[in-house]
Design a protein around this ligand. Structure first.
Ligand SMILES: CC(C)(COP(=O)(O)OP(=O)(O)OC[C@H]1O[C@@H](n2cnc3c(N)ncnc32)[C@H](O)[C@@H]1OP(=O)(O)O)[C@@H](O)C(=O)NCCC(=O)NCCS
Length: 441
């Protein structure tokens, strides 16, 4: 019992410390968080409110966008008519939309007002601002059908929203827009959220998925995707919120929103996990991949150690001290993902023999099987060719097949350049693998 409490404390402390860079990074940033009306019907909706409270407490400038689909459908007497996925809003339906929006808005405001001492909201004192921040225009006639009071976003009142955020308030937007002609239009939450995020140049846009998970057609988690990859992905995805929100996510990224996160409402603690852990639990959409493969600098030593130490502990890699790494940092390349080193490799040239040793190839466990090993190998090959080398060799005890599958062949310690042969550790009995590079292989 005591041991498990100890472990719990250790993991809590570790987790809390690991969150520090995110806390620094998020302060003063603008996040737009969108969730459907379904989210509000869930028993765990209050957890989302707690997460909103947490982000607010950390100094994030928050714009919330809520939906009302089930609340409107519940009020409608007849089944709604949809054209290309958009509901036709006639005058009667608009009354129900207004009614539902009013009710949902009050519910959200009341949940955000809780300050009971025995809840995470203790001492929160959150102010919520809502109003006519969205100007709309009619969507018009689609496929010959007049969508009537279904509208499109025309303008977002950026300066007034920024004022409210600056004052520390949370801004709450509803799927409604007002026109200069005095009419009210029903909008989709995804359009309001996307347009608000673009207009505010938000750092993050977050969609909570009510239906379906952030997985591909085979059920595999889609961890990250670039805006350019979205069209191909859409062709393969089954229907669900992922398919609905992804085009908006890609559009937002192309228009300058920093990152878009899609998170399933079914994952416990999903918002915190996605935003405060590196691996995340949902899908992150970015304009470009925020990954780079580059020569290492002295500032990367800590990052490289975090990649190789677990592998050294398992005896997969030969131990390298921090001092040695500092001395040899110029031989290293690193794979940096969102500011974190996730892979590394070193090239030690033996120019007199035309050979180069590839060493310390490693990818952090949680990032393996993503083609990063291949990328690091390619970087070393390019660098070796650039230096006029014609052969690469590597010593390994457990990864022989990985190299053989990539064009290496088994050699012997005798094949090593003389200075390297002198250092060969006969006890470790590493396999020597060679590969010709450049020219005709
Ligand atoms: C070897 C390593 C760098 C590959 O990185 P990666 O980013 O996972 O590589 P890729 O995504 O390009 O390749 C993954 C493939 O390699 C295979 N693979 C991983 N380790 C392997 C091993 N020890 N032997 C054979 N194949 C291996 C995986 O099964 C996967 O195959 P699949 O795509 O058919 O499922 C990584 O597994 C690692 O860091 N291993 C520990 C350190 C190490 O052994 N370094 C080499 C000694 S110098």
């Amino acid at each position: 019992m005591a041991r498990s409490a100890e472990m719990e404390t250790a993991s809590f402390v570790q987790w809390f410390r690991a969150a520090a860079p995110y806390i620094h990074a998020f302060r003063g940033k603008t996040f737009v968080l969108a969730f459907g009306g379904e989210a509000m019907l869930r028993a765990d909706f209050v957890d989302l409110i707690y997460d909103i409270n947490l982000l607010n407490a950390l100094g994030v400038r928050l714009v919330l966008v809520h939906g009302v689909r089930p609340q409107v459908e519940e009020r409608l007497a007849a089944e709604a008519q949809y054209v290309q996925g958009r509901r036709v809003t006639d005058a009667d339906a608009l009354e129900h939309v207004k009614d539902a929006v009013g009710s949902v808005r009050v519910d959200i405001e009341s949940l955000l007002s809780v300050g009971l001492p025995n809840t995470p909201m203790a001492g929160a004192d959150i102010r919520v601002a809502s109003g006519n921040y969205v100007t709309a225009q009619p969507a018009g006639i689609v496929d010959g059908i007049d969508l009537q009071f279904t509208g499109e976003v025309r303008k977002i009142a950026v300066a007034p929203i920024r004022d409210r955020l600056q004052a520390g308030e949370i801004v709450l937007l509803s799927p409604l827009g007002y026109s200069p002609t005095g009419e009210v239009f029903n909008l989709t939450l995804e359009e309001v959220a996307t347009q608000a995020a673009i207009a505010l140049a938000a750092d993050k846009l977050v969609f909570i998925l009510d239906h379906g998970d952030t997985v591909d057609a085979k059920g595999r988690r889609i961890n990250r995707v670039t805006a350019a990859q979205v069209p191909k992905l859409l062709r393969e995805l089954p229907d669900g919120d992922m398919k609905l929100y992804l085009p908006h996510a890609a559009h937002a990224c192309k228009k300058g929103v920093g990152k878009v996160h899609l998170i399933s409402a079914d994952v416990d603690g999903a918002v915190v996990m996605e935003l405060f852990t590196h691996a995340g639990v949902g899908t992150m959409v970015t304009r470009q991949s925020v990954e780079s493969l580059r020569p290492a600098t002295i500032d990367d030593v800590g990052g490289i150690l975090s990649v190789i130490e677990p592998l050294e502990a398992d005896g997969i890699l030969v131990r390298r001290s921090r001092e040695l790494l500092e001395q040899e940092i110029e031989q290293f390349f690193v794979d940096e993902l969102d500011g974190r080193i996730v892979g590394c490799v070193a090239l030690y040239p033996f120019p007199e023999t035309g050979a180069g040793e590839m060493a310390c190839l490693a990818v952090s466990r949680e990032f393996q099987r993503g083609g990063r090993g291949d990328g690091l190998l390619a970087a070393v090959e390019d660098a070796a060719i650039e230096r006029g080398l014609t052969q690469l060799f590597v010593l390994t005890t457990r990864t022989t097949h990985w190299f053989i599958e990539r064009g290496f062949t088994l050699g012997a310690p005798e094949d090593l350049p003389a200075p390297r042969k002198a250092l060969y550790n006969w006890q470790r009995r590493s396999k020597v693998l060679m590969k010709k590079i450049g020219g005709d292989e």
